[in-house]
Design a protein. Structure first.
Length: 150
């Protein structure tokens, strides 16, 4: 089994790549952060990066870890739209302290090389109800993620 991550800045085209891979018959895993934001907006919830960043990060780490475990028995390549590394990087970028349990769970998830890190692409970056941060924030996110994956 190969667990392959497509990471990088938000708005850089990761989900488009994942969708194209899925259309070609590859097994893919949706981005946990977008799932959480979508669900929380629909439920008027608090686990949103602009309302409660710590709750969002812990929820993100839990879902990303769950997604990782959900494909344990799958035979073949699995492409992930982001990974459990993202909540660790997000927490560091925002000065948040995660529980030891969350950090340990996230660090126990091992992906295969190479890790694909999508660079910032201003021409396709779009803000929306679920992506409220600026392109500059996306560039900062990319730089932090790129460093984390080195």
């Amino acid at each position: 089994m190969r667990r392959i991550v497509i990471s990088g800045c938000s708005g850089g085209g990761k989900t488009s790549l994942i969708d194209a891979l899925s259309l070609r018959g590859f097994h893919t895993v949706a981005e946990a952060g977008r799932i959480i934001v979508h669900n929380e907006l629909n439920a008027n919830g608090r686990a949103l990066p602009w309302i409660d960043p710590k709750l969002f990060t812990e929820t993100l780490a839990a879902l990303a870890t769950e997604q990782f475990a959900s494909v344990a028995e799958f035979d073949g390549a699995v492409f992930f739209d982001r990974s459990v590394v993202e909540p660790l990087v997000f927490s560091k970028m925002h000065g948040l302290e995660l529980s030891e349990k969350v950090e340990r769970q996230a660090k126990d998830c091992r992906y295969n090389n190479p890790i694909f890190v999508v660079p910032p692409w201003e021409e396709i970056f779009v803000q929306d109800a679920e992506r409220r941060h600026s392109f500059r924030d996306a560039v900062n996110e990319y730089e932090a993620l790129y460093t984390a994956f080195l």
